[in-house]
Design a protein around this ligand. Structure first.
Ligand SMILES: [Mn+2]
Length: 326
């Protein structure tokens, strides 16, 4: 069922003793921060909690308090009274976590992606929330949860990063109200911000150098793109997590209305990330043409074929979207 009522989630969790929590593959701070905060709250409620991610807790996010609660999924399926998927728009974005959940386990799906496919038994989808962390904050307030400093830091990181540090579409008074309350719960804003934004590994800087040197402009300079071939991933020794945010450097250019990042993956696949700067340009719609999804102004897809081929096909559809917008 689809619900707009937090009580449905609270009731479903009330009688559960064992609860699993997980978020999507290649997690960002919203995915992991939400997972950690929710797991901490469930523990506080006396539940037996398991928090998983396909990649466990990646080193990039070791600044998130209590991140060690997130582990790799077990090799054999586990039985849970209930399993909660966070920030995950499509079921298979849970990755190998899916193989570790015993069949028949009731699934709760909490997310803010407009493209969410409501794959759970209970689905709470709020596309007006700029982060899943925002939804969880409002849930915690609704049920009168005690928000510990650790939970607050995780939710703050989730909201701060998914809003591009309180800038992107969907950032509104609710967002700042959440941030304000979380700070009162004990978030060290300068310290956390330094970890989030001023502690990039040197290899990420080298990736950015490569990106800036090879960026291209299309569609009368209204689209900026960057392509990352596998050979460069190898040469620069970058990790998938290093890619995040590179696209924002393209997006920030005056006159550019959309930015796209094409990343070559093994087995002839290409990962596409796109950002729009104009509400009238819906990149989620463009990604949906290629089986992807996300948000109207930030979306992604996985395409088959070569980097060049994916680029040509995607830019064709995106250029049409830009030229035919209303
Ligand atoms: Mn998110």
């Amino acid at each position: 069922m689809l619900t707009k009522n937090f009580d449905d989630i609270a009731q479903a969790l009330q009688n559960a003793r064992t609860v699993g929590v997980a978020s999507h593959i290649r997690p960002d701070a919203d995915a992991l921060g939400s997972t950690i905060a929710f797991a901490l709250w469930l523990k506080d409620c006396g539940k037996e909690v398991t928090a998983w991610n396909e990649e466990g807790s990646t080193s990039k996010f070791h600044y998130l308090p209590k991140n060690e609660i997130v582990t790799l999924p077990t090799s054999t399926p586990q039985i849970f009274d209930i399993f909660v998927a966070l920030d995950t728009s499509v079921k298979n974005r849970l990755g190998i976590v899916l193989d570790s959940i015993a069949p028949g386990t009731p699934l709760v799906n909490i997310d803010h992606h407009v493209s969410n496919q409501s794959f759970g038994d209970i689905n709470y989808i709020d596309p007006t929330a700029p982060a899943t962390g925002q939804i969880l904050f409002e849930f915690f307030r609704h049920v009168g949860a005690r928000i510990t400093p650790e939970m607050a830091a995780n939710l703050f990181a989730a909201i701060s990063t998914d809003t591009g540090s309180f800038q992107y579409a969907g950032t509104n008074e609710r967002t700042f109200a959440a941030a304000s309350h979380l700070i009162s719960c004990g978030v060290d804003v300068p310290g956390l911000s330094r970890s989030m934004y001023d502690s990039q590994p040197r290899r990420r800087f080298e990736l950015l150098r490569f990106a800036l040197n090879t960026a291209e402009f299309h569609c009368d300079d209204r689209i900026a793109t960057f392509s990352l071939p596998l050979a460069e991933v190898e040469r620069l020794q970058v990790l998938p997590e290093d890619n995040e945010g590179i696209i924002d450097h393209l997006r920030s250019i005056e006159g550019v209305e959309a930015a796209v990042f094409f990343e070559e993956l093994p087995e002839n696949k290409v990962r596409v990330s796109s950002r729009s700067k104009e509400p009238s340009i819906d990149v989620c719609k463009v990604c949906a043409v290629f089986g992807g999804g996300g948000h109207p102004m930030a979306a992604g897809a996985r395409m088959d074929g070569t980097l060049e081929n994916a680029k040509t096909q995607f830019l064709k559809v995106l250029s049409n979207e830009i030229r035919n917008r209303h």
